[in-house]
Design a protein around this ligand. Structure first.
Ligand SMILES: [Zn+2]
Ligand SMILES: [Zn+2]
Length: 144
């Protein structure tokens, strides 16, 4: 009856920062906003973990950049690998989906901020799209 606790690990490109998540992770949301475009070469794909489920090893290896008031993006200070997106007050922290060790077992479910996307690619995977935010700050299992 008891579900086995999901455990995932991940980290940056160079391996200086590693993390471990014990608990469910949110489905992946692709964000096409201007900040993600500039920071992450094109668009971002973020899952999320409840704060208490995330353990960051070598947390001092993470540099935090305040990208908006109350929002900070965490990346490896050595290799620049994107790792976290963290809004003050959320009980979860967004985790760069590409940084999760494979196989992640995660699924991408939607695209947000598509009105801000770059002009050199199209979305054709059939997933739902939203011009701006939708559920970015929510944990779907909590209900909309
Ligand atoms: Zn690194
Ligand atoms: Zn974004």
């Amino acid at each position: 009856m008891s579900a086995e606790t999901e455990v995932r690990t991940g980290g940056c490109t160079c391996g200086a920062v590693r993390y471990r998540v014990e608990g469910a992770m949110r489905p992946v949301i692709a964000c096409h906003c201007g900040q993600c475009r500039k920071t992450l070469t094109n668009y971002s794909a973020f899952s999320a973990a409840r704060r208490g489920d995330l353990q960051i090893e070598n947390a001092e290896g993470v540099t935090w950049f305040e990208s908006s008031p109350g929002v900070r993006r965490g990346f490896c200070r050595r290799c620049g690998g994107a790792l976290f997106w963290d809004r003050t007050g959320n009980d979860f922290i967004s985790v760069a989906a590409g940084s999760v060790d494979q196989p992640s077992g995660l699924r991408q479910v939607r695209h947000i901020y598509v009105e801000d996307k770059a002009d050199f690619y199209e979305l054709s995977d059939g997933l739902e799209t939203f011009p701006q935010d939708h559920g970015d700050d929510q944990w779907p299992e909590d209900g909309d």
